[in-house]
Design a binder for this molecule. Structure first.
Ligand code: IMP
Length: 197
């Protein structure tokens, strides 16, 4: 039986992540609130790993609200760039969070490089009602295309084609992306954990 949570704080200010996570979380939580809903501060992501940064965000939200907290830290890792932008994926878009700029920058860096393979990775950090910390990971492999294509999703979705697909994430409906995405996979592990717990 799935363990239901009364209130869960989603420790993110990223609207795209909130939309992707909240739908499935509604099945296991009476109430899902985001860091933006609760006007929580946005802690600085000072670690150099997805896990480290996810924990910073989850701990901050747990400490500020006292509710169980779930944080996602994720990014795009490009093989020809030794895993960049990785934990710096959001920062490549600058303070204006302009992903057209970030995608152009990425394309410039890849000029003349034939290897276009990449993956998205998510680490979810969950802090339960007793303050215990749990980590769940998800990854999706794929290739980068140019020019960007599609209007859906967020971030680098318009240039990422998952393995076995012809469309970018930005050309897919949310449920299609969710079924194969890094975030979807990590979330399923979290839901399994609640089911077993
Ligand atoms: P974070 O908020 O520090 O975890 O930054 C994650 C960043 O990685 C986002 O702002 C996007 O740039 C990128 N990213 C993570 N997941 C996705 C995704 O599903 N699609 C497109 N970009 C993503």
């Amino acid at each position: 039986m799935v363990k239901r949570l009364k209130t869960l704080v989603m420790a993110t200010h990223n609207k795209g992540k909130v939309e992707e996570l909240s739908e499935l979380l509604k099945d296991v939580c009476d109430k899902v609130v985001s860091a933006s809903d609760m006007k929580l501060s946005e802690p600085e992501e000072t670690e150099d790993s997805f896990e480290g940064n996810a924990l910073i965000k989850a701990r901050a939200a747990y400490k500020e609200t006292g509710y169980p907290a779930l944080a996602d830290d994720s990014g795009l890792c490009v093989n020809a760039l030794n895993g960049a932008p990785g934990v710096y994926s959001a920062r490549w878009a600058g303070p204006e969070k302009n992903f057209e700029t970030a995608m152009n920058f990425l394309d410039t860096k890849l000029a003349g490089m034939p290897d276009r393979s990449a993956h998205f990775k998510t680490v979810l950090a969950y802090i339960d009602e007793k303050g215990a910390e749990h980590i769940f990971e998800g990854q999706v492999d794929g290739n980068l295309i140019w020019p960007p294509s599609g209007e859906k999703g967020f971030g680098y979705d318009p240039i990422f084609v998952p393995e076995g697909e012809r469309r970018t994430f930005a050309e897919m409906e949310r449920h299609e992306k969710q079924a194969m995405s890094h975030r979807g996979k990590a979330l399923l592990k979290f839901l399994d954990f609640l089911r077993d717990g």
